[in-house]
Design a protein around this ligand. Structure first.
Ligand code: PGA
Length: 248
C-alpha cells in the first residue's frame, strides 16, 4: 500500500500562491515512499497540474457533480476535473455536508461519478463534537461509511478520510486512542463490505494535522495517510508532513 498525503486548499489560494507549489516541489525533489497530492480550488487546478507534470505531485479536485455535463450552473463534473489534470477528488467533506446539505446518498453518487471518470474519490466521514460527546461516534461513522461509499470499490478506486468535524481547523486533535478506535472500526466495516480488498484501502486521518503531530498520528494502526487543510497551504509545513509519512 502506498500511503497518501493529501492537501486540501479549500477556498484559499491565488495565482500568486502557486509559488508555494514550486517551493514544495523543490523541497520534495527526491523520491518519496508515499503519494503526495494537492487539491486546489478549481481556478488553480490546470495551472497546478501543469507544474506537477514530471514530478511526484498529484492534483485533485475538492468536489464534483454527479453528472458528467449539462445545465448545472456553477458546478464542475468529475470528467472536467480529469480533463484539467486531476487524478483524485475529495467528496463529502464535512464543510460541504454542513454548508451545502450533502447527504450520504449524494456523496455516494459523487464518488461513483468520480470513479466513472477515472478519478479516485476521497470519501470524507466524521462525527461532530456533540455526536462524540453523546457517545454516538461509531454509530455516526458506521452510517456515513455505509451510505457514502460505492459498492464494489477496490483499493485502487477508493480512499476513505476520517475527519472528526470538531478537530478541523481547531488545533484540537483527538487522542491516539480515539483515532485508533475509529480507524480500526472503519477497517472492520470496509472488510465486511468489500472483502479482502479492504485491507489495502487507504484510510486517511484529517483534522489539525501539523508537522508537530504528524509522526505520532502516522504511527497509529490503520492510519494510511492524512488529509491536511491549513498546513497544506505552506510548502514547508506540507513537505514536513509528507516526509513524516514517507518515513512512517
Ligand atoms: P485542517 O483541515 O487540517 O485545517 O484541520 C482538514 C480538512 O478539513 O481536510
Amino acid at each position: 500500500m502506498k500511503k497518501l498525503a493529501a492537501g486540501n486548499w479549500k477556498m484559499n489560494g491565488s495565482v500568486a500562491t502557486l509559488t508555494e507549489v514550486a517551493t514544495l516541489l523543490k523541497i520534495q525533489s527526491t523520491p518519496i515512499c508515499c503519494e503526495m497530492l494537492l487539491c486546489p480550488p478549481a481556478t488553480l487546478l490546470s495551472q497546478m497540474a501543469a507544474m506537477a507534470v514530471g514530478t511526484a505531485l498529484k492534483i485533485g479536485g475538492q468536489n464534483c457533480h454527479t453528472k458528467g455535463s449539462g445545465a448545472h450552473t456553477g458546478d464542475i463534473s468529475a470528467t472536467m476535473l480529469q480533463d484539467a489534470g486531476a487524478t483524485y477528488v475529495i467528496v463529502g467533506h464535512s464543510e460541504r455536508r454542513a454548508e451545502h446539505g450533502e447527504t450520504d446518498t449524494l456523496v455516494r453518487a459523487k464518488a461513483i461519478a468520480a470513479q466513472s471518470a477515472g478519478l479516485v474519490p476521497i470519501v470524507c466521514i466524521g462525527e461532530t463534537g456533540p455526536e462524540r460527546d453523546a457517545g454516538a461516534t461509531l454509530d455516526v461513522i458506521g452510517t456515513q461509511l455505509h451510505g457514502s461509499i460505492p459498492d464494489g470499490a477496490t483499493a485502487a478506486t477508493l480512499v476513505v478520510a476520517y475527519e472528526p468535524v470538531w478537530a478541523i481547523g481547531t488545533d484540537h486533535t483527538p487522542t491516539v486512542e480515539q483515532i485508533a478506535e475509529v480507524h480500526a472500526f472503519i477497517r472492520t466495516r470496509l472488510t465486511a463490505r468489500l472483502g479482502t480488498e479492504a485491507a489495502d484501502v487507504r484510510i486517511l486521518y484529517g483534522g489539525s494535522v501539523k508537522p508537530s503531530n504528524a509522526t505520532k498520528i502516522f504511527a497509529i494502526p490503520h492510519v494510511n495517510g492524512a488529509l491536511v487543510g491549513g498546513a497544506s497551504l505552506k510548502a514547508a509545513d506540507f513537505a514536513a508532513i509528507v516526509t513524516a509519512l514517507s518515513a512512517a
